[in-house]
Ligand binder design. Structure first.
Ligand SMILES: *[C@@H]1O[C@H](CO)[C@@H](O)[C@H](O)[C@H]1NC(C)=O
Ligand SMILES: *[C@@H]1O[C@H](CO)[C@@H](O)[C@H](O)[C@H]1NC(C)=O
Length: 355
């Protein structure tokens, strides 16, 4: 490889990134990264997509390790300065699979061994208050320019919804959301009806408040959508040994193919319907009961709520997710070499020999 051609390539890539930066989609992620490694892959996609400007990440589980792992993953993917909010009170809880006695804990291990970003090891208390971080980030954004992606419990979003004027904005929570948020994308529930973990396992009445009272467009990714899209196995087999998200998949599910609830939700948030998704409904709205059960209500007057279905096969989408994880992970592993390789071939190259 000739260094000066590599330099020219990197210059071109940088010029391209600057040119397209204006068109990037503003995302805020709200993650319960703790009991499932698919949150880690969702973070990877949001942090590495050339189509995304990741404004902030809020954590909706209580563990210090969730906040620290989020910061570690962001730092690994060149987002060391992305602010992280963490739900209070913080605990030192670690995941234990008391249901199937099968899945492993990953958050503390990723937090410890990839420590970095705004919250290095032992500094979870320094995380933003999630509601303050939402209000600050939204107030600083262009009107109608932000997509929020909810990948877990809805407590932080309820706090935003119920918030009042502060130093960052004179607007109430609902008015700030109406002004700034173009779309709330929610992984949760089942469609057209269901009873799903993210909606019932924390505080289901909080879920009901957010979903029933949110003042704007919502798109839902149900349990059934991600359940049949398997990914992560190829990432584990072919990814860089030093990657924290690959490690999360190994610690958690030992490299077996894993459902992709959160990654496909982020994929929709990034790409929109594209060739991958279609709406399951034309009209109506999602209604959540105080116990967390949800059901679609037919209503010709409501046109800004949808649930997603896949337009492509489960295997095709799973393979595309693994391709995205691998490409991003290898670029992060060695930016200069990988930029050169993908520029030449227009395809990611995975130098297996280096493993
Ligand atoms: C968590 O553990 C750290 C390190 O041992 C300790 O300093 C901190 O007080 C603990 N936090 C909680 C909420 O128990
Ligand atoms: C994905 O898998 C589910 C469950 O096996 C099946 O019902 C569905 O039709 C599949 N979707 C596609 C688009 O093939």
């Amino acid at each position: 490889m000739i260094p000066c051609s590599m330099f020219a390539t990197v210059a071109l890539v940088v010029a391209f990134l600057i040119q397209t930066a204006a068109a990037r989609k503003n995302l805020i992620l709200d993650t319960d990264i703790f009991s499932d490694c698919d949150d880690a892959a969702a973070l990877l996609l949001a942090a590495t997509s050339p189509d995304v400007k990741l404004l902030a990440v809020n954590v909706n589980s209580h563990s210090t390790y969730s906040a620290l792992a989020t910061s570690a993953i962001l730092a690994h993917y060149d987002h060391a300065h992305t602010p992280v909010g963490a739900r209070r009170p913080l605990t030192n809880d670690t995941f234990f699979d008391a249901k199937d006695f099968e899945l492993g804990e990953f958050a503390s291990k990723v937090a410890r061994h990839w420590s970095g970003g705004t919250l290095p090891w032992g500094t979870a208390e320094k995380a933003w208050d999630p509601i303050t971080l939402y209000r600050r980030t939204l107030a600083a954004s262009e009107d109608g320019s932000v997509s929020i992606v909810s990948l877990g419990f809805l407590d932080n979003l309820a706090g935003l919804l119920d918030s009042t004027a502060d130093d960052y904005s004179d607007l109430s929570g609902p008015d700030l959301i109406s002004a700034k948020v173009s779309e709330l994308v929610v992984m949760g529930g089942g469609y057209p009806s269901g009873y799903e973990f993210n909606f019932f396992a924390d505080d289901p009445s909080t879920t009901a408040h957010v979903i029933n009272d949110w003042p704007g467009r919502m798109v839902f990714s149900g349990f059934e959508l991600g359940q049949s899209v398997m990914s992560g196995d190829r990432f584990v087999a072919e990814g860089p040994p030093g990657d924290p998200v690959r490690a999360a998949y190994i610690y958690h599910s030992y490299g077996a193919p894993h459902p992709s609830w959160d990654p496909i939700t982020v994929l929709y948030a990034i790409r929109g319907l594209s060739d991958t998704f279609e709406y399951g409904n034309r009209r109506g709205y999602n209604h959540v009961e105080p116990d967390g059960t949800n059901a679609w209500v037919d209503d010709a007057n409501v046109r800004n709520q949808h649930w997603l279905r896949l337009k492509l096969g489960n295997d095709t989408v799973g393979a595309e997710l693994d391709r995205l994880y691998l490409e991003a992970a290898w670029v992060a592993d060695n930016p200069l070499v990988q930029a050169e390789m993908s520029w030449r071939s227009h395809r990611p190259i995975f130098p297996k020999a280096e493993l």
